[in-house]
Design a protein around this ligand. Structure first.
Ligand SMILES: Cc1cc2nc3c(=O)[nH]c(=O)nc-3n(C[C@H](O)[C@H](O)[C@H](O)COP(=O)(O)OP(=O)(O)OC[C@H]3O[C@@H](n4cnc5c(N)ncnc54)[C@H](O)[C@@H]3O)c2cc1C
Length: 284
């Protein structure tokens, strides 16, 4: 289908984008890589009067180092994040998850920021962002504020980015030297996650010293498997001890039921996928 007619603006600075957003109010929609927004417009599920394309704002692209954090501009594409040494060295679990997003065409257009604001519970970058304790830089006409990962994801397709605001960057504390694995369960390749687990661990002398686990599609937002993280501390990086620690992976979750599987099926998958993810992350 063809989208309803809209006006189009392509500002070259965040300030100009924010001014346009403030003037248009909820008649405007922001365009990043378009991989989620364009299908929505084409199906006429949304018909904004103005589309503000962020694609020409250079200050929103790129990955830099800032002390003990790396900073990813919201308009950085998945492909650029995959090619980044900083992401590979300090946020390996994000890289592992991005490898599993859709196909190369979508990874060349889709952006890390766009995916996080879209907040699809089956999307692959939310769980690693949560597991890494990412901080989200949200900018509005009143200035910048930083939102923790725990407060960023509000509900299905809903985040802390308010009307008239933009997500401008994602700050990730360095997890240098941590092992990482994203275990994505799908029926056919390039499908959205039925369930997936983002696991990143620090191993010391054959045991897990620290673990961060994020769950994809086990609720209306990405979730942290905190009970598993606690149980993993001190566990030997072996199948039996990791398996026992991961048994509680579905605790506190509220997974959906849909054509791909019931909530109970997802609850049964979560401990198995978590065990696999942790063992792979620990190199076991
Ligand atoms: C066929 C297909 C398969 C896919 N498979 C997967 C998959 O397996 N896993 C997966 O995770 N994803 C998948 N996706 C989705 C893909 O990852 C999208 O790129 C992503 O969801 C949105 O990123 P985008 O840059 O394209 O954002 P857009 O589509 O441009 O925008 C998405 C939403 O975020 C808002 N927005 C974007 N950037 C900002 C910002 N900086 N500040 C405020 N609001 C903003 C927009 O207004 C819009 O509401 C798939 C998409 C397609 C088309």
């Amino acid at each position: 289908m063809i989208p309803a007619a809209f006006d189009y603006l392509a500002p070259t600075s965040v300030a100009d984008a924010l001014a346009a957003l403030a003037e248009a109010g909820d008649d405007a929609k922001v365009l990043a890589g378009g991989q989620s927004l364009l299908p929505v417009l084409r199906m006429r599920l949304n018909a904004p009067e103005l589309v503000i394309d962020l694609g020409r704002i250079d200050e929103l692209r790129g990955i830099t180092e800032d002390g003990d954090h790396i900073v990813i501009g919201a308009m950085t594409t998945y492909a650029d994040a995959l090619a980044s040494d900083l992401v590979r060295d300090h946020a390996a679990i994000l890289r592992e998850a991005i490898k599993e997003v859709a196909d190369p065409q979508i990874r060349h257009r889709g952006t890390v920021g766009g995916a996080l604001v879209h907040a699809d519970p089956a999307g692959d970058v939310g769980a690693p962002a949560l597991a890494l304790d990412a901080e989200f830089v949200v900018t509005g006409s009143g200035g910048e504020r930083t939102v923790s990962a725990g407060d960023f994801f509000k509900d299905l397709f809903e985040t802390a980015v308010g009307e008239g605001e933009l997500l401008t960057a994602i700050r990730i504390p360095k997890h240098t030297g941590w092992g990482a694995h994203y275990e994505k369960f799908v029926r056919v390749s390039h499908q959205w996650s039925i369930v997936a687990v983002a696991a990143t661990v620090r191993v010391e002398g054959g045991s897990i010293a620290e673990a961060r686990i994020g769950l994809t599609n086990m609720g209306s937002t990405p979730l942290r498997a905190s009970a598993v993280e606690t149980a993993l501390v001190g566990a030997a990086a072996r199948d039996d001890s990791v398996g026992a620690a991961c048994a509680a992976a579905a605790e506190g979750t509220n997974p959906p039921s849909d054509l791909n599987g019931s909530a109970d099926y997802r609850r049964a998958l979560a401990p198995i996928l978590t065990r696999r993810a942790v063992l792979a992350a620990a190199g076991g």
